[in-house]
Design a protein. Structure first.
Length: 198
């Protein structure tokens, strides 16, 4: 085929494509309307041009990074805009990540019943056993200010913040109430926290 005949065929093919696209977008019934494409539809979800060709890597299934991206995208979020909290799963089930601070919290507090006193030191030991720590008073108050029942129970917690008076420490709850309590005698609950990567 000569170069002049190729230059004639290309405009003819383009004209046929334009005509097919315009007739299917005009609302006229067309058996090929599902098969017609525009420039945007030949770009796949990752932004690569879809040539219709496959290679061994794509035939092998999703890569680990694509699976991780899909799982991360599927994690439920809730709370004040823009979806402040992410509910974690797997090994982190029962934990909630605060997307604003990066801190990871238990989704509900533990202890605090009159029958099983949980002092501040016992609460700190409980958190350490989970690879976590007591929150500070400021961290607890910030969490209470953004409280979302979709992520947390009605929690209360010892904090690591001493009142300044010998033997007292701050206890905070989900409503933002903060009160000084005897660190070695008051039966309060605990809501442990850790850094996001921890």
């Amino acid at each position: 085929m000569t170069s002049s005949s190729r230059s004639v065929l290309v405009p003819l093919a383009m004209g046929a494509l334009v005509a097919a696209c315009s007739s299917s977008s005009s609302g006229a019934p067309d058996d090929t309307s599902d098969a017609s494409t525009d420039a945007a539809s030949v770009v796949d979800a990752s932004g690569r041009m879809d040539t219709g060709a496959t290679d061994a890597a794509s035939d092998a299934g999703p890569t680990d990074s694509r699976v991780a991206e899909t799982e991360a995208a599927a994690a439920p979020t809730c709370g004040p805009p823009p979806n402040r909290f992410t509910l974690l799963s797997g090994a982190d089930a029962g934990l909630v990540r605060d997307n604003m601070t990066g801190l990871v919290w238990m989704n509900d507090s533990v202890g605090g019943q009159q029958t099983s006193e949980q002092t501040q030191s016992l609460a700190a030991a409980y958190c350490a056993g989970r690879g976590m720590r007591l929150p500070t008073e400021d961290e607890s108050l910030a969490l209470a200010a953004a409280y979302a029942s979709c992520a947390f129970g009605q929690w209360g917690t010892w904090t690591s913040t001493d009142v300044g008076t010998t033997g007292d420490a701050w206890v905070v709850d989900y409503m933002g109430d903060s009160s000084p309590q005897l660190a070695d005698n008051f039966p309060s609950a605990v809501l442990c926290v850790r850094a996001s990567g921890g």
